[in-house]
Design a protein around this ligand. Structure first.
Ligand SMILES: Cc1cc2nc3c(=O)[nH]c(=O)nc-3n(C[C@H](O)[C@H](O)[C@H](O)COP(=O)(O)OP(=O)(O)OC[C@H]3O[C@@H](n4cnc5c(N)ncnc54)[C@H](O)[C@@H]3O)c2cc1C
Length: 458
C-alpha cells in the first residue's frame, strides 16, 4: 500500500481506529454473499469531519473507498474487489434526537436497525423497514440498499420512510438532503436518489427517519392452499379488498415439502402452498379486518385457515415459516438466493415458470417471500460440486431473469445489485438510463472512488 496514503490517513485518525494488520483487515473483506477480498486498510471514523478528511486523502492518492455498515448485505457490495480503504460506520452509532411530536428519529448511520426500533418503541412508535437482520444491520446499510421486510406491504420501504440524510460525497463535500417535515418540495429529491445507491454516491453519515405509531393489536392468519395457483389468486383478492395486511408472506409447495422433511411442521397432507397474513390496528377494528381478509382468502383450492391472537399463538403459527431457512441451509448450504419482484397478479405465472425451469435444468428451486409486494426469494438449490448443475446454473439463472422481466418485474426487491447482479442490470435498464446514472455518479464522485465496479454495468 502507498506509504504516502497511510501517512495521510494517520493524520485523520488515531492508530486504534486505523486497522492495518492483515488479521484485522480480513474481517472487513466479506459480507453475506460469501464473496471475499482483502482491503488495504480499514478506517473506523467517529464523525462526519473525519470521513471528509479521509476522503480527501483517498482522492489525493486515488484510493478506492468501500463504505461498510455491518457487512450483512447479500450481493457483495462491501467486498473490496480491488483492495482500497473500507470505511466502517460501526463507531458512528449514536441516536441524535427522538422527537415524538414530529414523529421523527435522527441517528448516525452506524446505529443498528433494532436500536432504532427499541428507541422508537419507548415513545410508542416504530420505523417500518424491518429486515430479518435488524439486530445486526445498520440504518446506513438499510438506506444504501433500500432494505425492507414483511411490513413493506403496508408501510413501505426506506424510500417511503426517510425524510432526509447527510452525505459526504466522493469529493469530501457535505450534502444536507431532504427535510425535517412531512411535506417538502424545494429542489430535486436527492434523498431518494441516495437511497438505494449502494454507497456509490457518498457516505451517509446521518438520517432523519419517519416514525409510525405502534398498532394497538395484531392478528395472524395461516392459510393453506392445495396449489400455488390457488394461493396466488388469494393474494390478488386480499390485495384488492380495503384492509391492507401488515405482512403477507408465502411459501410454495417445494418449500413446504422441505419443512415437512426437516422439521415437525403442522401441515395438512394436501398443502401445496401457504400464506401467512397479519393485520394490525385498533382492537375495536381487528375482528372486522380479519373477517374481510379471511373472506377474500377463500378462493377455490383453499384448504385451511388458522387464526392467532395472543403472542404465543402468533409465534406458533410462524413456526412453519421459521423452520424453512435452517432446513434450506441443511440441504443446500451453497444455494443461490435471488430476490426478484413481479406484479402480484403475475405471481402464479412466475412460480409456474420457475417450476418449469427447475425441471428443464434438473435444479431444485424453492420459492418463498413477501407475496404482498410480489417479492419472491427464488432459491436455486445448486450443489457446485455436481458437474451437471455447475454447467447449467448460469443459463438457468439467465432464464429466471428473462421470465421476471417478461412479467413486468424487476431483478431485485431488497437485496440490491452489488457485484452479484451487476452484469444483469443492462437487461432491465436501457442504455440511456444507464448513461444518465453514470453521469449522476460522476457528479457525486468524479474520480470513481466510491465502491467502483459495483451496482452499474462496467
Ligand atoms: C440473516 C440475514 C437476514 C437478512 N434479511 C433481510 C431482509 O429481511 N430484508 C432485506 O432487505 N435484507 C435482508 N438481509 C440483507 C442485509 O441485512 C440488508 O441488506 C442490510 O440492509 C445491510 O445492512 P448492513 O449495515 O449490513 O450493510 P452492509 O452490508 O455493510 O452494506 C450494504 C451496502 O450499503 C453500503 N453502505 C453501508 N453503510 C453505508 C453508509 N453509511 N453510507 C453509504 N453506503 C453505505 C455498502 O457500501 C453496501 O453497498 C439479511 C441478511 C442476513 C445476513
Amino acid at each position: 500500500m502507498n506509504k504516502g496514503f497511510i501517512q495521510c490517513l494517520k493524520t485523520c485518525l488515531p492508530a486504534e481506529r486505523l486497522l492495518l494488520h492483515e488479521a484485522d483487515r480480513l474481517a472487513y473483506g466479506y459480507d453475506n454473499s460469501r464473496l471475499q477480498d482483502l482491503p488495504d486498510a480499514v478506517a473506523l471514523p467517529v464523525s462526519a469531519d473525519e470521513i471528509s478528511q479521509i476522503i480527501h486523502c483517498c482522492r489525493k492518492h486515488q484510493v478506492a473507498i468501500i463504505p461498510r455498515g455491518r457487512g450483512t448485505g447479500t450481493t457483495g457490495a462491501t467486498v473490496p474487489i480491488d483492495g482500497g480503504l473500507v470505511i466502517s460506520m460501526e463507531r458512528m452509532n449514536r441516536i441524535l434526537e427522538l422527537d415524538p411530536a414530529n414523529r421523527v428519529i435522527r441517528a448516525e448511520a452506524g446505529v443498528n436497525n433494532q436500536t432504532i426500533q427499541d428507541a422508537a418503541a419507548s415513545a410508542g412508535f416504530f420505523w417500518p423497514p424491518d429486515p430479518t437482520s435488524a439486530a445486526y444491520c445498520s440504518i446506513g446499510g438499510n438506506l444504501a440498499y433500500n432494505s425492507a421486510g414483511p411490513r413493506a406491504v403496508k408501510y413501505g420501504t426506506c424510500r417511503e420512510n426517510t425524510l432526509g440524510l447527510k452525505l459526504i460525497t466522493g469529493t469530501g463535500e457535505t450534502l444536507n438532503c431532504g427535510v425535517y417535515t412531512t411535506k417538502g418540495v424545494v429542489g430535486l429529491d436527492l434523498t431518494r436518489l441516495v437511497i438505494g445507491s449502494e454507497g456509490a454516491l457518498g457516505i451517509i453519515t446521518e438520517a432523519t427517519l419517519k416514525l409510525v405509531p405502534l398498532a394497538q393489536g395484531k392478528r395472524t392468519l395461516k392459510l393453506i392452499y392445495s396449489s400455488m395457483t390457488a394461493a396466488a389468486s388469494a393474494v390478488s383478492r386480499i390485495m384488492s379488498q380495503p384492509v391492507i395486511p401488515c405482512a403477507l408472506e408465502f411459501m410454495d409447495g417445494n418449500a413446504l415439502d422441505i419443512v415437512r422433511a426437516y422439521s415437525r411442521a403442522d401441515l395438512p397432507d394436501n398443502a401445496g402452498a401457504m400464506l401467512m397474513v397479519e393485520v394490525d390496528g385498533s382492537e375495536a377494528c381487528l375482528d372486522d379486518a380479519v373477517a374481510s381478509v379471511a373472506a377474500a382468502a377463500k378462493v377455490d383450492g383453499h384448504v385451511q385457515t388458522q387464526t392467532a391472537t395472543t403472542p404465543q399463538e402468533i409465534r406458533a403459527l410462524w413456526d412453519t415459516r421459521k423452520a424453512l431457512s435452517p432446513s434450506l441451509r441443511k440441504i443446500a448450504p451453497k444455494k443461490i438466493n435471488e430476490d426478484v419482484v413481479v406484479p402480484v397478479s403475475h405471481m402464479a405465472e412466475l412460480i409456474n415458470g420457475l417450476n418449469a425451469l427447475s425441471q428443464k435444468y434438473a435444479i431444485p428451486i424453492v420459492n418463498f417471500g413477501h407475496a404482498g409486494n410480489g417479492n419472491i426469494h427464488v432459491n436455486l438449490l445448486v450443489d457446485p460440486d455436481d458437474p451437471h448443475q455447475a454447467s447449467v446454473v448460469d443459463t438457468c439463472l439467465d432464464e429466471v431473469f428473462d421470465l421476471v422481466l417478461k412479467l413486468r418485474g424487476t431483478l431485485s426487491g431488497e437485496h440490491g445489485v452489488g457485484i452479484a447482479k451487476r452484469d444483469y442490470v443492462a437487461r432491465e435498464l436501457g442504455k440511456t438510463e444507464i448513461e444518465i446514472m453514470k453521469g449522476i455518479k460522476r457528479q457525486f464522485d468524479p474520480d470513481n472512488l466510491l465502491n467502483p465496479g459495483k451496482s452499474l454495468p462496467l
